[in-house]
Design a protein around this ligand. Structure first.
Ligand SMILES: NC(=O)c1ccc[n+]([C@@H]2O[C@H](COP(=O)([O-])OP(=O)(O)OC[C@H]3O[C@@H](n4cnc5c(N)ncnc54)[C@H](OP(=O)(O)O)[C@@H]3O)[C@@H](O)[C@H]2O)c1
Length: 334
């Protein structure tokens, strides 16, 4: 690839797209030229990159000629339609939607875990589900050390995981509750302010949601661990930014808290924040806008012989989306 690639951000005005622009700038990715694409609704808007205002253009089928790298975050249907077109025009696509994640020809990558898979791409590389990516930042180093057979987990997912409209929904509902107005809903099926919804994504016949099954399916592919099993309950919580996951991991080998902590201290992109005597543990409020994820509340599971419990938090707009996508792009340039 061109050493100073022409980069396009598709879905530039969205929650992930805006982080993509900031991350490209913050990590000094060697962007030669930046093209910002969104729907016709956003034409006329300008977004700032390296101090310069860049006009947002409408995503059209012929925009990809001359673009080297396209970071897609405009939803699955847009990716399905436009990512193959972009790839055919010679552009490498890093896609944030779930459209291609389980496609055998598409690498699904968390660079700290399986960066080498990037090289097998045929024009499209997929970015994993945000809750899965954050969980694996702690789970994969433990898997290498102790062999993880299966996990039981519950997520606590921020509203920004649903996109810009959901952030507005929480802000509006908090104000409505505080001033005593009737609460209005547009994004979620129930009030999210001062509530928690045990419902992320659509329900399957099994009773799990699609989001819940991503942990097992995507986890197997990223960790190259085809027998990995995950039983997950995904919960939306009234937090603006950063997801958290409570995990119980069932290990093949005996595991101690000390040995696990040592492994996690050496893991890239992960901080250990774990001192219950000082009330220190990871919290989404403090992980928002941070590149690293954090793990804490390490303890031996009291109901499993080789079980380890932990709590991992991370900014899903960064490690679960924009940061991971830009890290993939950095691997492409190596
Ligand atoms: N939010 C997260 O934490 C997260 C994490 C991982 C992956 N993802 C994935 O990233 C994608 C975007 O999520 P988001 O949270 O950023 O959503 P969002 O805030 O709703 O943003 C959606 C973006 O897509 C654009 N868009 C919508 N329809 C379009 C069309 N017909 N043509 C061109 N652009 C169109 C929007 O442009 P307009 O402003 O012009 O409407 C906007 O820029 C989704 O696939 C999501 O699953 C999100």
């Amino acid at each position: 690839m061109n050493r100073n690639p022409h980069v396009a951000v598709v879905g530039a005005t969205g929650a992930v797209g805006l982080e993509m622009i900031k991350t490209l700038e913050g990590r000094r990715f060697p962007v030669g030229r930046l093209t910002l694409l969104a729907s016709a609704r956003s034409v006329g808007k300008k977004l700032v990159f390296r101090g310069q205002e860049i006009p947002v253009q409408e995503l059209k089928r012929d925009v990809f000629s001359g673009i080297d790298l396209a970071l897609f975050s405009a939803g699955g249907s847009i990716s399905k339609e436009f990512a193959p077109l972009a790839a055919r025009a010679g552009c490498v696509v890093v896609d944030n939607s779930s459209a291609f994640r389980m496609d055998e020809e598409v690498p699904l990558v968390v660079p700290e875990i399986n960066a080498a898979d990037v090289k097998q791409h045929r024009g499209i590389i997929a970015n994993p589900n945000c809750t899965t990516a954050i969980t694996l930042m702690a789970l994969y180093p433990l898997h290498r050390a102790f062999g993880i057979k299966r996990i039981f987990a519950s997520s606590y997912q921020a509203v920004s995981g649903t996109g810009a409209k959901a952030i507005e929904e929480l802000q509006r509902q908090v104000r409505q509750v505080v001033v005593g107005e009737a609460v209005t809903r547009e994004v979620y099926p129930h009030q999210i302010a001062f509530n928690v919804l045990p419902h992320v994504d659509s329900f399957l016949a099994s009773g799990y949601t699609r989001e819940e099954m991503k942990m097992e399916n995507e986890g197997r592919k990223i960790m190259h661990h085809p027998t990995f099993r995950a039983s997950v309950t995904c919960v939306r919580v009234p937090v603006y930014r950063a997801h958290s996951v409570a995990v119980t991991a069932d290990c093949e080998k005996p595991v101690s808290v000390e040995a696990a902590r040592e492994v996690l201290r050496g893991a890239p992109g992960l901080d250990v924040v774990d001192d219950p005597s000082k009330n220190e543990y990871p919290m989404p409020l403090y992980l928002a806008e941070k590149c690293n994820c954090a793990v804490g509340r390490l303890r031996k599971d009291c109901a499993l012989d080789n079980g380890l419990c932990f709590w991992v938090s991370g900014d899903q707009l960064l490690k679960g989306a924009a940061l991971n996508a830009v890290q993939i792009a950095e691997v492409l340039l190596q």
